[in-house]
Write a protein that binds this ligand. Sequence first.
Ligand SMILES: [Zn+2]
Length: 221
Amino acid sequence: MMTMTTYKPDFKRAYVMANSILVTASELVEFPLKVKFLINKNQDINCCSFKKAQQKYQLSVDNFGSKSAILMEMDKKMIIFYNESEPKPRIRFSILHEYGHFVLGHDLETKSKEQYIIFEVETNFFAAQLQMPEQLIRYLQARGIRVNVELLMEVFGVSREAAEKRLKTLSQNFQLTKEEKLFDDIILDKYQNWLVSKLSISSELFLDDYEKQMERDTWIY
Ligand SMILES: [Zn+2]
């Protein structure tokens, strides 16, 4: 008899993890996310630029190859080394990608190619939800704002590639518990000020439509 292990990305777990960070990290109140700040607050993990790796850890750039960021254990502490010379949106995403591996407990030493690919998919989804929370995107859409690649790039400070991917991975329709669903309201509440300030002009334009729609919706009942 042949046994086969089938690997599948656990999107829900990555989503819930990202949400719980959005909710509990008191230093996060706006976008683009203060990624380095978020990670350095965590005692078990730190960020370090390739440039500073030399003096801090005696590592040369050759240790990192062509990578944008890499997660390594140094003196029993996890460090995300990142290439400080890349564009900011890319740096943020690369750091969050590595952070996702850490938070999701991925064993990057795995020899299985399939498993490795699953880890990559999971952590990319985690990073996308952290950088561009679905709840905030839905909020904008509910206000009649057309959420496209350009808007995501502008509002969340992400790269074109990340914005394109995010649009494709929305609407996973997870089965969430009551507690997990509570995150939605808390996230909307926590980032409300930022949303309003960022989109004050657009909101004024679109609020009327939204209110009219709300009124129409109430007629149904
Ligand atoms: Zn990776």
